[in-house]
Write a protein that binds this ligand. Structure first.
Ligand code: 4AD
Ligand code: MG
Length: 477
């Protein structure tokens, strides 16, 4: 009796990926017999042969495979060679007479791993982004999500490369934490207490002594505070991990779970941070322009016309650097009607940020020295007593892409600030220790990784810049 398992294990191996094949010089592969594996993107059936566009995700463009009536078992196979089916094809690489590709495969053998019935949701037509979000488990097989995932991967690798080349140490900061780093109260609480029957103290408060950590604990909104502990030991570090915010904003720029890269540098001030932020953005964009050419050409053609020129402009232009106060003056002088009127002391809305970078400067802008009352407690107070050494990097289309600051390294000033923010000094005693024991000037910033993906691809909605988006009322897949 035949053992189907054994057949599969013999048959599932391929010689190389489509990307590897395309990267080889044609002369090396023409006439060779090779095998590829992948999913059928589309199939065109003629009388005695079929064109199959095969994709394995390694590159944007599928590879053309010609299956003919000389291919083993052609007649039985034909009806199963549909969009979505998974196959291994073995055949000879030949010159392609058709347009669009220089080489193709003349299949001698096709092994079908999985058939794909006609109700496969990804038939060959354009689907809306909204619809694709409802099938987030299948959308990685579409052109757009395939390209987004490859660019995201390249941006991630480039981020590590950038910081590793500069000798920054990669720190994995904790995800469970008791501190609200940004002080905005947008925390997801983590508990093992029974929610339907909460243990209470005599004062009728929730008895956190009975919770898993014996106190309230949350998902981290940022890894920065832990990053500072390592920067004040290793000088330069960066984190790259998931962060969580329970902000109820249904916008195209907010996620409840997003990834952040947070470099932190000792013996560095805000100017150093601006320099690194600008150098970082240019480096990662240049890297993806080089390594994801096909994907970016697709985005330039179908998602944002002019994307490549826009990215080129970012790489070649000096970022503008102006103070928050100057930005307010520019907004006032513009005489533009904003939905939210702006005055000194209020936080900039996305429309203001976009006006400044998109319309006024037409390039990335670094805004610095924000009013202290609209920024987090850890930022270094300026001598004017009103502003802090904060910076935001604003970019066209997105608005705020990065946020950072020089940190308050003076123990007494920081203690006062914690109290003034209504926070409990004891809760931050370990953080204050960093100022007690060998304090040093230090600075850092955070990059919103999905916003970076949006910026690099032209993707409109942040929900399409991450594999499985988590937003208010939606945690599917
Ligand atoms: O400006 P934020 O809140 O800064 C911090 O968290 C600091 N601890 C960073 C630091 O200095 N180490 O967040 C940093 C960046 C923002 O500029 C934005 O790009 C992104 O994170 N971001 C979000 N991205 C997606 N969804 C959200 N809800 C986001 N909130 C912030
Ligand atoms: Mg910010």
């Amino acid at each position: 009796m035949s053992n189907p398992q054994a057949e599969i294990s013999k048959d599932h191996k391929r010689d190389l990926s489509i990307k590897e094949l395309k990267n080889l010089p044609s002369d090396d592969v023409l006439g060779k017999t090779l095998s590829l594996c992948g999913w059928i993107k589309s199939a065109r059936h003629q009388k005695t042969f079929s064109f199959i566009a095969l994709n394995d995700g390694s590159t944007f463009a599928p590879f053309q495979v010609v299956v003919t009536n000389e291919t083993e078992g052609y007649d039985e196979l034909l009806s199963e060679l549909n969009t979505g089916a998974s196959v291994k094809v073995t055949g000879t690489i030949v010159q392609s007479p058709g347009k669009g590709q220089s080489i193709e495969m003349k299949a001698e053998k096709v092994h079908l791993f999985g058939t794909c019935p006609a109700d496969f949701p990804l038939q060959k037509k354009r689907h809306s982004f909204e619809y694709l979000r409802t099938i987030a488990h299948l959308r990685p097989r579409t052109n757009t999500q395939g390209a987004v995932a490859r660019v995201r991967n390249a941006l991630s690798f480039a981020s590590h490369t950038f910081f590793q080349k500069k000798d920054f140490m990669y720190l994995q900061s904790p995800i469970l934490t008791a501190a609200d780093c940004e002080g905005a109260g947008e925390l997801f609480q983590v508990t093992t207490l029974p929610l339907e029957n909460l243990p209470k103290t005599e004062e009728k408060q929730v008895d956190y002594k009975k919770d898993f950590f014996a106190k309230p604990v949350y998902l981290a909104v940022s890894g920065q505070l832990n990053g500072e502990a390592y920067a004040t030991a290793f000088s330069n570090i960066y984190t790259f991990g998931p962060t969580f915010r329970a902000e109820n904003s249904n916008t195209s720029r907010h996620l409840a779970e997003f990834w952040m890269i947070e470099p932190e540098m000792a013996f560095a001030d805000l100017e150093d941070t601006m320099d690194i932020a600008e150098e970082y953005l240019k480096f990662v964009l240049k890297t993806v322009l080089d390594s994801c050419q096909e994907d970016l050409a697709f985005f330039d053609q179908f998602i944002e016309k002019g994307l490549l020129a826009r990215l080129d402009n970012v790489i070649n232009a000096d970022f503008a650097r102006i103070s928050y106060t100057e930005a307010i003056d520019i907004l006032h002088a513009s005489n533009k009607k904003f939905e939210y009127p702006i005055e000194w002391g209020s936080d900039l809305q996305s429309e203001h940020e976009r006006f400044i970078s998109e319309e006024h400067f037409k390039k990335p802008v670094i805004l610095y020295d924000y009013p202290k009352d609209i920024k987090a407690f850890y930022m270094r107070l300026n001598d004017d007593g009103k502003t802090v050494r904060a910076m935001d990097v604003l970019v066209p289309r997105i608005g705020e892409l990065m946020g950072g600051s020089q940190r308050e390294e003076r123990l007494d000033v920081l203690e006062e600030k914690i109290k003034a923010c209504g926070m409990n000094v004891e809760d931050y005693s370990w953080y204050l220790d960093l100022r007690r024991f060998g304090t040093a000037p230090h600075s850092g910033f955070g990059v919103g990784f999905e916003r970076l993906v949006q910026f690099a691809t032209g993707i409109e909605n942040i929900r399409d810049a991450i594999a499985f988006p988590r937003v208010p009322n939606s945690c599917e897949f």
